[in-house]
Design a protein around this ligand. Sequence first.
Ligand code: NAG
Ligand code: NAG
Length: 166
Amino acid sequence: MAFTNKSHFIMLFIISSTLILFVSALDFSNAPAEAPGSDDDGLLPLAEKHVVIRNKVKNREILNVHCKSSEDDFGIIHLPWNGTWGFRFHVNIWKNTKFRCHFTWHKGGSHYFYIFKVSRDDSAFGQIPVCKECIWEVGKDDENPICRIPREKENNSYCFKWEDGP
Ligand SMILES: *[C@@H]1O[C@H](CO)[C@@H](O)[C@H](O)[C@H]1NC(C)=O
Ligand SMILES: *[C@@H]1O[C@H](CO)[C@@H](O)[C@H](O)[C@H]1NC(C)=O
C-alpha cells in the first residue's frame, strides 16, 4: 500500500513538472525575439532605413555628397568636417533598393560608393549585420576609406574600398 502511494506521488510529480516545463516553454515563445535597439534589427520587409554619413576626411575639408537611387535624388550636400547628413527610405518590395553616392572634396578626388544595397546591408546572410540605422564614416583611411560603424560603443566597424567604375 505504502509502495503504491509512493509511485502515485512520483507519477504526479512527473506530470506536474512536465506541465510546468510546457507552460514555461509557451511563455518563452511569447518573449520578444530581439531586444529593441539591437544592432541587428530592421529585417522586416519594407523596413524603414536611416542612412547617416559623417565627414571624416583626413584633411578636414568640406565633403560634397550626392546620393541618388533610380527614384530619388537628394542633390549635392556640402558637409562640414565631422558633420553628418542622412536620409530615410523604405526598402522596396522587390528588395532591390540601392543608393549610390558621389563623394568629392578638395584634394580628395572623386569617388563613388553604394551607400545602401540590400545584399550587403539588409540581408540576413550578408557578410555584415543588417542595419536599420546605417551609419557611415567617410575618408578616415586611404586603403579602406568608407566604414559602416556600429550605433553603440566601439564595436566592429566594417570598412570598404570605393566603388568607382561604371
Ligand atoms: C565629432 O562629432 C561628434 C558627435 O557630434 C563629437 O562627439 C566629437 O567630439 C566630434 N569630434 C571632434 C574631433 O570634434
Ligand atoms: C561588441 O562588443 C562586445 C563587447 O566588447 C562583444 O561582446 C560583442 O561580441 C561585439 N559584437 C560584435 C558584433 O562584434
